[in-house]
Design a protein around this ligand. Sequence first.
Ligand code: ZN
Length: 537
Amino acid sequence: MQAQPAPLPDLKTLGRMSARFVRTPLAVDTSRLSAADKNALVQLVAAARLIDELFLKQYWSGNTATLSKLRRDTTPLGKARLHYFWLNKGPWSALDGNRAFLPDVPAVKVPGANFYPEDMKKEEFEAWSKTLSPQRKELAEGFFSAIHRDGNSFKAVPFNAEYSADLHKLAALLDNAAALTENPTLKKFLTSRARAFLSNDYYESDVAWMDLDAPLDITIGPYETYNDEIFGYKASYEAYINIRDDAETDKVKFFSSHMQEIENNLPIDAKYKNPKLGALSPIRVVNQVIAAGDGAHGVQTAAYNLPNDERVTVKKGTKRVMLRNVQEAKFNSILVPISKRMLQGDAVNDLSFEAFFTHILAHEMTHGIGPHSITVEGRQTTPRQELKELFSAIEEAKADICGLYMLQYMYDRKLLPEAEKKLYTSYLASSFRTLRFGLHEAHGKGMAVQFNYLLGKGALVANADGTFAVNVEKMKGGVRNLAHDLLTIEATGVYGAASRMLDTLGHLGPDVNAALEKLADLPTDIEPVNTTADKLK
Ligand code: ZN
């Protein structure tokens, strides 16, 4: 059954593979930082660069040796390989099913990364872990340990021992930055995180991260578990060194103060409305100076929700951080070229990053409104429980559509300067970017539902030349009606209604597929150039 391994990409092919990531500078204005914070930033950027090295070790056991071999290879092919290696932080191409692009490496990504012995079987680990005391089992199955063979058995080595030298250096850099900054919440996060690197106990510093409110907005530590494809237990180190965006943060506050009003005016039956919304999870808008480690390989992160540790989220909830300049870079390098092919002539002039980003904010805010706690046949339940695996696609479509609805509501009442045409045109353009990633996950499926629904209502129009357009007047009614349908499915929790909607609308017609094919040669993502970070020395 084993297919013949694909030949390794030559110089030309590798050039094409790299070109899917457009080099885009990420410049950030640091002029409003205090002198103390500017000095702290230098330490934190140095810490981020160390996180890259630490992550390489976690991602694959052969990474460090492979990297030094590539660095010695000064041929054009060697240089191209080194460049693509850095984009992927390893020898496997993220956009090609994690297939190897280098010789003498495993043909695809090692499922357990370097968290487990490469030859370990899942059942072997499970059999061993059953024999452990509760405390040792917690370490073995926890976020913060690596598993090694130990004679005929295994042992779990905590990260603070596994990566001791790197973590000591990181702790020192964080302590330096903490001593420099004058912001008490940042000081607290950095000192507690430095201690966590040495003690392997991240709880207190995760709590401090939730309370962080500072011009330097820092995320650094072991977080996501996607690289552990065996169990999803083990956390990879990443860093995001950001500067808070005060104007956008004010916009979030302004939206927050209107969310109850939006809830009261949602287009659903009054009995489904929540007269008293609870606190919504906090959203921070920042500009990224540098991302590193797990936060900077393959497709670049544009937003993240943390922490993942349930002991912390039960107590403090989670926080969403949105990387505005990363979104803007993707908008300019990906969305604009897509639009030039998908929109007719002048419509490209209605594209607006401002409108696009405001809609992303509105999307995030409207996740927090609409039905959350519902009653089905006398049972207290949630839309997620009732709609099961269909929930995510419905909920993502709901957030997109209710985000449009909310902004239109605010335009109509002069709460925001009117920008209808820009909003709907940017929304149409971004729908192509989402659909291009495929319908296998919730965002793509939810996007197909919206696209087909609005096309059916004449709110989106397929032109004869293969381009698309918006009809602003019909958009308003289409958005309101679709919001009504999606919210009602969530409020009533009827699984059959969700599945009917996804079956009828969650597919792409031949028009749209043909249009998407025209985009095949356009880049997929950006390769950030850290212009601000590179200037700090
Ligand atoms: Zn969402």
